[in-house]
Design a binder for this molecule. Structure first.
Ligand code: TPP
Ligand code: SF4
Ligand code: MG
Length: 334
């Protein structure tokens, strides 16, 4: 028996078509310029009122529910750090059972879990993998501010190479302490989970409206689906909050965060820098205090790796599987 009826996918073509209703309203305590808060606001807006959200521990839990206040208008449940996938499966399974027993009407109820880069991309990866191998109707959103932001900006497996975090402060002997290249979570999940018919990466600011449309497309596709967002964080990335939108756009345009969607195994690039042009990664890095200690050769190293991703990977951003591809280590700095 089908769990739910399908919903039509209504594309938001321009800003005037954006729903006015807010399901993540005022009353939260995220920092000024917090892009992850925009992820919450936009997914709730795009999904609409027949939605249940579960959220892992992190900034988007703590800042959104402190002191008995909450911006959530739709039902929301906190779930343990690392338990995003299982919370989504449990919620979807509960709804399926209630509908099967006739206790609630058959209807599409969106089940959306959001997990941070540490809670989802590192700690909770196995649970998300399990959720994406299931036949439940659920969407996992990995909101990626590139650190354990809530506990004061510790590096995660998704932090950009070279960044200054509280775990990786630059020193006099070792300039670069964050030496890991960003983990490719969306690509890894996409290639390994054939049950997952929709995988996307997105920014809430660029291209405009793209993230909300991807949320709608994921929900309309149904089954387990996954979206990874790119979330500038003024506190952790060390810039003035007024530059959040600009940094998000620069990150997409320099190609360091590829935005694409994969529908039934077909990859399409939302912003394809090979066709539209790619700005230097320096333009993006130089706006952020977390990279202030980098010298020219460090920036060149990052640029080379981004170039390799776009020019040499078999499927740019998704799979670096071209045979003979070599990724080196920087000559110095580490
Ligand atoms: C099992 C467990 N370990 C550690 C913590 C402490 N903790 C709370 S939030 C957090 C950081 C989560 O980082 P991320 O998932 O990236 O979300 P963000 O805070 O960046 O929004 C940590 C380590 C916890 N709550 N539970
Ligand atoms: S620390 Fe970063 S992710 Fe957390 S609320 Fe502030 S801007 Fe948002
Ligand atoms: Mg984080």
């Amino acid at each position: 028996m089908a769990q739910t009826t399908a919903i039509p996918y209504e594309r938001i073509a321009n800003v005037r078509q954006t729903p006015l209703e807010e399901f993540y309203a005022s009353g939260h305590r995220t920092c000024q310029g917090c892009e992850s808060a925009l992820v919450m606001r936009q997914f709730a807006k795009a999904a609409g009122p027949r939605t249940i959200a579960t959220g892992c521990t992190g900034c988007m839990y703590v800042a959104n529910t402190s002191y008995m206040t909450t911006p959530w208008v739709v039902p929301w449940m906190h779930t343990q750090l690392g338990a995003g996938g299982s919370s989504a499966i449990g919620t979807a399974a509960g709804l399926r059972a209630l509908m099967r027993k006739g206790k609630i009407p058959q209807e599409k109820i969106n089940v959306i879990n959001f997990s941070g880069d540490l809670g989802g991309g590192d700690m909770g990866l196995s649970g998300i993998s399990g959720a994406l191998q299931s036949d439940y109707d659920l969407l996992i959103i990995l909101y990626d501010n590139e650190s354990a932001a809530n506990t004061d900006i510790q590096a995660s497996g998704l932090t950009t190479y070279g960044a200054h975090t509280t775990f990786t402060p630059p020193g006099t002997v070792h300039r670069i302490m964050q030496r890991r290249w960003k983990k490719n979570v969306a690509g890894m999940l996409a290639v390994g989970h054939p049950t997952c018919r929709y995988v996307a990466t997105a920014s809430t600011v660029y291209p405009p409206l793209d993230f909300m449309n991807k949320v709608r497309k994921a929900l309309a596709t149904g089954g387990p689906t996954f979206i990874h967002t790119f979330d500038p964080c003024p506190k952790g990335w060390d810039y003035h909050p007024q530059y959040t939108q600009e940094i998000g756009e620069l990150g997409v345009k320099c190609g360091i965060f590829p935005v694409y969607e994969i529908v039934d195994g077909v990859v399409s690039y939302t912003y394809d820098p090979r066709k539209k042009g790619r700005i230097p990664v320096r333009d993006y890095l130089a706006k952020q205090g977390r990279f202030a200690h980098l010298v020219d050769e460090d920036i060149e190293y990052i640029q080379n790796r981004v170039d390799a991703m776009w020019e040499e990977w078999e499927i740019p951003g998704v799979a670096p599987l071209k045979s003979g591809l070599t990724v080196g280590v920087p000559a110095s700095g580490a």
